[in-house]
Design a protein around this ligand. Structure first.
Ligand code: NDP
Length: 449
């Protein structure tokens, strides 16, 4: 490999790129990484981490309400948005420096500037103009919010990139979309006391999720006071004396202060030099890769959201690890994308692993569905109607558990653990044999009949 300056050049220091760079370096490769923005990528800077901090902030409202029924007397709680932003920024800055330090300690050379491909083995650094050659190049540049088809006034809307830096907490917000980001932010803003409306083009949000989970979440959001505007789209946005007016396809209007577009993300592949290097892309700009994350150019690999496979941080990390182990560690590895647990941090939150009931029915003719629907004990004293819904999908032919879905507090934590058993091939009999942990919500998983 000495004919090249490096063994590996990684473009993009997000979850996938950082893992690949560190592991390749630990395997003895000479590695450099380029990042044009903050280290840690979307997850750390504009995604999972700041979002979860916002989710925590939003959930205190219900806690304060319930506290009174448990005997706590509190002054009327007041929320201060600048405090949340300041503390969030400090935490993100800390994590960003951890990412940089870890790369440094692993012996990876850091270039804090944009890198562009020139050919199958060469990158050019945009600021310094330096050219570097590498035996292997890994593209891990992630995705960016997509604003959807143009409409008048679109420039007045924000996306998830800007929402983490809003100068002040809006009084009213209109969130457009019915996917992960729209649902999570509708829950966040409603919890923070913002008058929240959610506009989605379909009849139900969260397409692809279990039908019962979707509709129960919608009911729960309505009960929380979120206006669910379904089967409708945004056609126009204009400024008014005190905010924004959104005109919808059915002619109705929504008066609001902020409009947030959450209608999907796209791979960040523009002006990356993919043509110069001959790298093939799909219809949304995603880089096409095989099971080894290799593109059509043998020296160029890609991992994470830029490949638009399963767009989740832990999947990108796993892909980066598998790439580095395979290419530099003589340990061939691929990533199984078939049983990925995931959560939507709505309130109540959703945890899910395996197919929805609807998809499972098509795959398993003898499907058995077990469900528990109840009011969580914690809300026993409160007027809250927050539901808890748990579903277990079992293949009647083999007794194997093929999927689990939960809506309710702690749902994400439960599904992470349940995914281990399901991945190991747990049967319904295995769960039944397990002694319940009482009193907990999770005990329902082993007592469903
Ligand atoms: P999603 O793909 O989850 O959702 C996009 C939403 O926008 C869908 O409801 C879709 O509707 C709607 N939509 C798409 N195009 C249009 C349009 N032209 N007009 C109106 N609506 C439209 O994207 P997100 O941006 O919410 O999230 C991106 C990805 O990031 C997620 O898929 C997920 O992989 C990841 N993510 C994961 C999180 C987690 O793990 N908790 C949190 C946040 C993001 P329809 O259903 O009809 O297509």
């Amino acid at each position: 490999m000495a004919q090249y300056d490096l063994d590996l050049f990684v473009i993009g220091a997000g979850s996938g790129g950082v893992r690949a760079a560190r592991v390749a370096s630990q395997h003895g490769a000479r590695v450099a990484i380029a990042e044009e923005a903050n280290f840690g990528g979307t997850c750390v800077n504009r995604g999972c981490v700041p979002k979860k901090l916002f989710v925590y902030a939003s959930r205190f409202a219900a806690e304060f309400e319930q506290a009174a029924a448990y005997g706590w007397q509190l002054p009327k709680p007041a929320f201060d948005w600048p405090t949340l932003l300041r503390n969030k920024d400090a935490e993100i800055a800390r994590l960003e420096s951890v990412y940089r330090r870890n790369l440094d300690q692993a012996g990876v050379t850091i270039h804090a500037e944009r890198a562009v491909l020139e050919d199958a083995h060469t990158v050019r650094l945009s600021t310094s103009g330096k050219r570097l050659t590498a035996a292997h190049i890994l593209i891990a540049v992630g995705g960016r919010p997509h604003a959807g088809p143009a409409f008048p006034g679109q420039e007045l809307a924000i996306t998830s990139d800007e929402v983490f830096h809003l100068q002040q907490l809006p009084r009213r917000i209109l969130i457009v979309g019915g996917g992960y980001i729209a649902i999570e932010f509708a829950g966040i803003f409603a919890g923070l006391g913002v008058n929240t409306a959610l506009l989605h083009r379909g009849p139900h949000v969260l397409r692809g999720f279990d039908e019962e989970i979707r509709t129960t979440l919608e009911d729960s959001y309505r009960q929380r006071g979120i206006r669910m505007l379904l089967n409708n789209t945004l056609t126009r946005l204009e400024k008014t004396a005190d905010g924004l007016r959104a005109t919808l396809a059915d002619g109705s209007t929504v008066e609001t202060d902020v409009v947030m577009l959450c209608v999907g993300r796209r791979p960040y592949t523009g002006e990356l030099g993919l043509d110069a290097a001959g790298v093939a892309t799909g219809k949304n700009g995603e880089i096409r890769v095989d099971a080894q994350s290799c593109t059509n150019v043998p020296s160029i690999h890609a991992v994470g959201d830029v490949t638009d496979r399963v767009n989740l941080t832990p999947v990108a990390i796993r892909e980066g690890q598998a790439f580095a182990d395979s290419v530099f560690g003589q340990r061939p590895a691929t990533v199984d994308h078939s049983l990925v647990p995931t959560a939507v941090f709505s309130t109540p939150e959703i945890g899910t692993v395996g197919p929805s009931e609807e998809a499972a029915r098509e795959r398993y003719p003898a499907l058995k569905v077990y469900r528990a629907r109840f009011r969580p004990m914690k809300t026993a004293f409160a007027a809250s109607n927050e539901p808890m819904l748990m579903k277990l999908l079992v293949d009647g032919e083999t007794d194997r558990v093929v999927g689990a879905h939960v809506l309710g507090e702690g749902g994400a934590e439960m599904i992470q653990l349940l995914a281990v058993s399901i991945g190991m091939g747990a049967t319904k009999a295995d769960l039944d044999r397990t002694i319940a942990l009482h009193p907990s919500a999770a005990e329902e998983w082993v007592t469903m009949r």
